[in-house]
Design a protein around this ligand. Structure first.
Ligand SMILES: NC(=O)c1ccc[n+]([C@@H]2O[C@H](COP(=O)([O-])OP(=O)(O)OC[C@H]3O[C@@H](n4cnc5c(N)ncnc54)[C@H](OP(=O)(O)O)[C@@H]3O)[C@@H](O)[C@H]2O)c1
Length: 265
C-alpha cells in the first residue's frame, strides 16, 4: 500500500491540483470538500489515469464537529500527509461586511485548520514521520484593508504553522506554510474580487504551479514557501519596509478598480 495524503478543499482550484500532483507521485488520496460530485469526478479520473486509491469525504469544514468526524471516519488509516487547503476570502470593508460570513471564514481558514492539525499531528510524531502543508498566502505578511478578516486569518495560519514547525523539529515531522499570491481559481469569484485591483495589479499564477511549488517545499520540509519570483520580491519588500509603508501599498492594491482610489480617500 502507498502513502496516504488527506487534502481539504480538493474539489477545485489549488486543492484539486494538489490532488493531481500527489496522485502522480503514487499517493492514495482522501479528498474532502462540500461538493461530493466534483470530488467523485476527480477521483474517477485519477483512479483511471494513475490507478490511485481515492476516498471521498463530503464535509463542511466550517462546522465545529467536522474535523473530529473526519478523524473518526479515518481511524486505523495512516495519514502520511495532511494538506489543510480549504479556505475562502471576502472583499468588503469590515464595517459593511456580513458577520456570519466572516465568522464562517475564521472557522474554516483558522479553526478547522488548527483542529485538523491537532487531530492528525500526534500520530505522525509518535511514529516518527509525516508532513503537514497549510495554505497561507502572501496576505499572511501584511494587513489587508477591504479583506481585513481574510488577511488576519492567513497571518494566523503562517504564525501557527511556523510555531508548530519549530515544536516538532527533530521528530522527522514537518509543517510547511505555502504562500501563494493571486492565483487563477474560484477564489476571486467567491471573494467578490471582480472590482478589486488585486488581480489586476499583481501577477496571477495558475493553480498547477502553486501546487507543484507546495509539493516540492513539503517534500523538502521547508517551514515557509512563497510561490513565484514576483511574490518573493513582494514579500521581501514587505518585510524590509516599515509596517505603515507596506500597509499603504497594500491599501492601493486592495482598492476598488472602478473608483481607482485607495479605499480611505
Ligand atoms: N487563489 C488565490 O489567489 C489564493 C492565494 C493565496 C492563498 N489561497 C488559498 O488557497 C486555498 C485554496 O483556495 P483556491 O484559490 O483554490 O480557491 P477555490 O478554487 O475557491 O477552492 C476552495 C476549496 O475550498 C473548499 N471549501 C470552501 N469552503 C469549504 C467548507 N466550508 N468546507 C470544506 N471545503 C470548503 C472548496 O470546495 P467546496 O466548495 O466543494 O466545499 C474548494 O475545494 C485557500 O485556503 C485560499 O485562501 C488562494
Amino acid at each position: 500500500m502507498g502513502k496516504t495524503v488527506l487534502i481539504t478543499g480538493a474539489s477545485k482550484g489549488i486543492g484539486r491540483e494538489l490532488a493531481i500532483v500527489f496522485a502522480k507521485q503514487g499517493y492514495e488520496l482522501i479528498l474532502v470538500a462540500r461538493s461530493r460530485e466534483l470530488l467523485e469526478d476527480l477521483g474517477k479520473r485519477l483512479r483511471k489515469k494513475y490507478g490511485t486509491d481515492v476516498t471521498v469525504i463530503e464535509k463542511d469544514l466550517a462546522e465545529k464537529e467536522a474535523p473530529e468526524e473526519i478523524f473518526q471516519e479515518l481511524k486505523g488509516r495512516e495519514i502520511e500527509v495532511l494538506v489543510n487547503n480549504a479556505g475562502f476570502g471576502d472583499y468588503k470593508e469590515f464595517a459593511h461586511s456580513e458577520w456570519e460570513k466572516q465568522y464562517v471564514m475564521i472557522q474554516l481558514n483558522v479553526t478547522a485548520l488548527m483542529h485538523m492539525t491537532r487531530l492528525f499531528l500526534p500520530s505522525m510524531v509518535e511514529r516518527g514521520h509525516g508532513k503537514i502543508l497549510n495554505l497561507a498566502s502572501t496576505a499572511s505578511f501584511v494587513p489587508g484593508p477591504n479583506m481585513s478578516v481574510y488577511y488576519a486569518t492567513k497571518a494566523a495560519v503562517l504564525s501557527f504553522s511556523q510555531a508548530v514547525s519549530k515544536e516538532v523539529k527533530g521528530s522527522n515531522v514537518t509543517v510547511t506554510a505555502l504562500c501563494p499570491g493571486p492565483t487563477s481559481t474560484n477564489f476571486e469569484d467567491t471573494a467578490g474580487l471582480v472590482n478589486s485591483r488585486l488581480f489586476h495589479s499583481l501577477k496571477v499564477t495558475d493553480a498547477r504551479k502553486v501546487a507543484v511549488c507546495g509539493y516540492r517545499a513539503l517534500m523538502k520540509g521547508k517551514p515557509v514557501a512563497v510561490e513565484g519570483m514576483s511574490n518573493k520580491f513582494l514579500v521581501f519588500g514587505i518585510k524590509l519596509a516599515p509596517r505603515g509603508v507596506s500597509l499603504t501599498m497594500i491599501n492601493q492594491i486592495q482598492s476598488k478598480l472602478r473608483e481607482g482610489k485607495p479605499a480611505d480617500q
